[in-house]
Design a protein around this ligand. Structure first.
Ligand code: PGA
Length: 255
């Protein structure tokens, strides 16, 4: 059995003061949700204050990106050692990083290896653009992203990481994929690729999330799908009541 997993990707939102307010609004509600792994991913400047508020709770903390080098002359970058001071998770290869900041399967792969070196659990994002989908390339794109992003890992490492299927056209658009279609991609393409590369047992052990316009009103339908183990939530993770409701839906559906 895979433990459900719900992560909030705050993206480039929330100052320290705003972050503290948001966490204080959701802390009790989130802690009351049992049987679900819950993770908050504020921007870098929010990691320290949010870590302080989450100490002693069952809520995990993640970064949204990092460099793969330990330290050095990389102006503007944050290293895995720095992230690991506060966080247990790191989102890698988000489509916004791929689209706006030149991330490739190769750089994602370096970051994934660096995450394991520093005991961070990567949340690796994959997903096709609308153009790729319309050209019938969904499967090929996702297979390439999974193969490239996870190259050189052991089966044990793969089993312990988290993948997020986020069709790019569904992110921040209010247009979610249908739960059945998302499940088909997760089952046939993502788990299928994992099985071919790392074995069926590993493919069944990996938690795979859906992301892209997950809201309280549609979350349960995704969580009811057999191959979807949770959600990576953007916009709705910035609203305390909505994020708690989504985490609760994961608990209820898994229950
Ligand atoms: P969204 O973002 O929930 O706002 O669509 C999801 C994500 O990009 O992780």
């Amino acid at each position: 059995m895979r433990t459900p997993f719900v992560a909030g990707n705050w993206k480039m939102h929330k100052t320290v003061e705003e972050a503290r307010l948001l966490v204080s609004e959701m802390l009790d509600g989130l802690q009351a949700v049992a049987g679900v792994e819950k993770v908050l991913c504020p921007p870098f400047t929010g990691l320290l204050p949010v870590a302080a508020m989450l100490a002693g709770t069952d809520i995990g903390l993640g970064a949204q990106n990092m460099h793969w080098e330990e330290e050095g002359a990389f102006t503007g970058e944050v290293s895995p050692r720095m992230v690991a001071e506060f966080a247990q998770f790191v989102i890698l290869g988000h489509s916004e990083r791929r689209a706006y900041f030149g991330e490739t399967d190769e750089t994602v792969n370096k970051k994934v290896h660096a995450a394991f070196k520093h005991n961070l659990t990567p949340i690796v994002c994959v997903g096709e653009t609308l153009e790729e989908r319309e050209a019938g390339q969904t499967e090929a794109v996702i297979r390439r992203q999974v193969e490239g992003g996870l190259a050189g890992l052991t089966s044990e490492q793969v089993a312990s990481l988290v993948l997020a299927y986020e069709p790019v056209w569904a992110i921040g658009t209010g247009k979610a994929a249908t739960p059945e279609e998302a499940n088909r991609v997760v089952k046939d393409v993502i788990r299928g690729t994992l099985a071919a590369l790392f074995g069926e047992e590993t493919a069944q052990a990996v938690r795979v999330l859906y992301g892209g316009s997950v809201k309280p009103h549609n979350a349960a339908e995704f969580f009811a799908q057999p191959d979807i183990d949770g959600a990576l939530v953007g916009g709705a993770s910035l609203k305390a009541d909505q994020f708690v409701a989504i985490a609760q839906a994961a608990a209820d559906t898994a229950g």
